[in-house]
Design a protein around this ligand. Sequence first.
Ligand code: GLA
Length: 409
Amino acid sequence: MQSDLVCDKNGNNLNKLTIMELQELKRAFAKVFGQQATAVYFAPGRVNLIGEHTDYNGGFVFPCALSFGTYLLVAENNTATMRFQSLNIDGDMVTVGLDALMNPLPNNCWVNYPLGCIAQYIKRGMNISKGYDMLFWGNVPAGAGLSSSAAIEVVTAAVFNDICKAGYDKTELAKIGQLSEHEFAGVNCGIMDQFASAQGKKDHAIFLNCDTLDFQLVPVKLNGVKVVISNTHSPHKLDSGAYNARVAQCQLAVKQLQTVRPELKNLAQLTEAEFKQVESAITDETAHRRARHVVGEVQRTTDAVEALKKGDLTTFGQLMNQSHVSLRDDYEVTGPELDAMAEAAWKIDGVIGSRMTGGGFGGCTVSLVKDEAIPTFIEQVGKEYTAKTGLQAEFYVAEIGDGVRQVND
Ligand code: GLA
């Protein structure tokens, strides 16, 4: 099945899963496991509009769920094993005994994402005594920073919520996905990706306070403007080492700030003015720049949401651009490909704002582009990006979709 879901040169979306494709998935399940799937679930990927590397600092984020994501087909298998197969990854079926569900698999196996979620149910005292067959297929481009792994985690968490009759709400499903990432994938991520995949709502972005998990769904009404995602196809991925290093640098900044503000819990508690008063307490130069990004980004996110609510897209776009610059200079998570993509976008008439989205290094930028400028955007940005990097860009017009759900046909 096609998994690269792209838009044509006019920005028309080519990424809807048709009923026929769903039938195709069901046939694939029958072929792999020799039985019919009894249920199908879906969880989306996400794009973050603004609020980057703020989530694990107790700050605000503003992501939306996408219309593409991961499908999980499932059926009981009357064995003492869980069997996992992905149609996106070349490789054999992975079988895990029911007595081994708490152990991560070696070599960064993709099955750790779903397995880590199942383990959370066991940790919470649920008895998983039956084996299940699971087939995954996703149309989120992998490694693009659009949360294909969070989609796998959240869809698995939703399936086992029903299997275990746990009755968890969507926020709890997001927490289960995040813990899987921490404990089975070794990435100390924040809650943003799993939260967006769980709680997303069509045509809305989620203004989430990552400290309290209070959130507001804000309508994304962009008259005559679209959210365009540009994939750098860059070989540099945000590996867990670089990500975890950022998390640790922020923790160091908090620790040093506590010498003058003992009650401080996280960086997001400081306004920019307060930060200026105490920043000299951060003696580590790198930690200081990381903290400056976080404090500024939290403010930009609040301001951007206000601007969007007022219909002031110009301000929203300027804040997106500033976010990219801060992620480039202070947080150092952009890299030459994301910078080339954003810089090319900033030159185009009709681009309201453009920035890297997600963890960084490789992956995608997100841009707000006027409808009539989309063909020029795709052509010009694509050309300039290839000239600078030798890589081929790919473009998607984002459709903002709903969060995790069971799919009934
Ligand atoms: C990754 C993580 C998120 C978040 C972003 C950066 O996507 O999974 O928790 O930290 O990076 O904003």
